[in-house]
Ligand binder design. Structure first.
Ligand SMILES: NC(=O)c1ccc[n+]([C@@H]2O[C@H](COP(=O)([O-])OP(=O)(O)OC[C@H]3O[C@@H](n4cnc5c(N)ncnc54)[C@H](OP(=O)(O)O)[C@@H]3O)[C@@H](O)[C@H]2O)c1
Length: 322
């Protein structure tokens, strides 16, 4: 028996309960992992609230974690007992221990801690695919990053800056503006108070950004369209304020690219997963990108962490401790 955060029905943060669960022995191709750090993601709050329905209840949430392999089943070659790993996977991470397909596990290099793995393997690799694939950022570009002091946001700001871009970021408070500025954001806009379009026009001399990384959704998309230069790219990867409506999608200027993406698509094969993870580990180990853990909670207090995240109280990544 181990403990896990279980939800039996969608609802507020108090539906997350600390309960006993049984974890069996790993079957063929599986590993049993003892999680030592669990990452919190905005996506988790959508599954918890029911905004995204779960296929089955009761359920254990959580898409990102790190820990140590305790046992492996038959035909597992990717890891062995004792291997330190990080992983991202659809749900099941809010647990002291769990079974998982071993091919989803990424061995951690000696220079990466388990906290860094849990805080960054999903959010850092999201920044990786957005900057490397959705729109390939190059030196001299100007990019707009929404929620720039958040989990993905701080990775995007630092990494885009490292690639030679000028970074404009939106944030919900002056404290968040200071944090984003300390992490690669050249121009932070408190968008709950000030419009960001005039700042983009000013910084780019009216040309617009090469790429807009859009994760806020319905509250920002109208201005975001106007922030993209002709033949630039708007990469939509989240909707923290609510989904973009069909009418808002129809406002897309006809001379700008729109791409809507998820990490799972970019890490669909084991080769891609390991390659992209290595890219992330390399920028962390070089010091170019720091993993900013803004706050930690006990895993059993996952509900409190959810309340803080939807209440816009968190900065950077949040680690839940089993
Ligand atoms: N497509 C993918 O593969 C992928 C992967 C990972 C994450 N994501 C998306 O990326 C975004 C960031 O994820 P994260 O886990 O790193 O979260 P996060 O950025 O740490 O937290 C979400 C942030 O969104 C901002 N926000 C704006 N409007 C909000 C509202 N109405 N309610 C709550 N927050 C609001 C808040 O920052 P301010 O106060 O500064 O506005 C808040 O801190 C999310 O939209 C998430 O779904 C997508």
């Amino acid at each position: 028996m181990v403990k896990a955060v279980v939800m039996h029905a969608p609802g507020g943060p108090d539906v997350l309960k600390w309960e006993d669960v049984v974890v069996g022995d790993p079957g063929p191709g599986e590993a049993r992992v003892r999680n030592t750090a669990v990452g919190l993601n905005f996506l988790d709050t959508a599954f918890r609230s029911g905004a995204i329905p779960l296929a089955k209840l009761p359920a254990i949430l959580g898409w990102e974690a790190a820990g140590v392999v305790e046992a492996v089943g038959a035909r597992v070659t990717a890891v062995s007992p004792g291997t330190r790993v990080a992983y991202h996977t659809p749900n099941g991470c809010y647990a002291e221990e769990r079974l998982i397909n071993a091919d989803e596990l990424i061995p951690l290099p000696a220079g990466i801690t388990e906290d860094q793995g849990a805080a960054g393997i999903l959010k850092g690799m999201t920044a990786q695919y957005l900057l490397r694939h959705s729109y390939k950022v190059k030196a001299g570009d100007t990019v707009l990053v929404h929620a720039a002091a958040g989990g993905v946001g701080l990775f995007l700001c630092q990494w885009a800056k490292h690639l030679g871009a000028t970074v404009i970021g939106t944030v919900g408070s002056d404290d968040k503006a200071a944090l984003a500025t300390a992490n690669g954001c050249d121009h932070a806009v408190v968008y709950t108070r000030d419009d960001f379009l005039p700042v983009v026009q000013d910084v780019t001399g009216g040309a617009g950004c090469d790429a807009v990384y859009e994760c806020v959704g319905t509250q920002t998309i109208a201005q975001s369209w106007q922030c993209v230069r002709p033949q630039g790219t708007l990469a939509s990867f989240g909707q923290a304020s609510g989904p973009i409506t069909p009418a808002q999608l129809a406002q897309q200027p006809t001379d700008r690219y729109f791409i809507r993406t998820t990490l799972q698509a970019y890490n669909a094969t084991r080769d891609a997963l390991l390659h992209n993870a290595q890219d992330f580990f390399a920028v962390v180990e070089s010091g170019a990108v720091k993993v900013h853990v803004g706050q930690t909670f006990a895993l059993k207090d996952a509900g409190k962490a959810h309340a803080a995240l939807v209440g816009r109280q968190t900065t950077g990544s949040t680690v839940l401790r089993p």
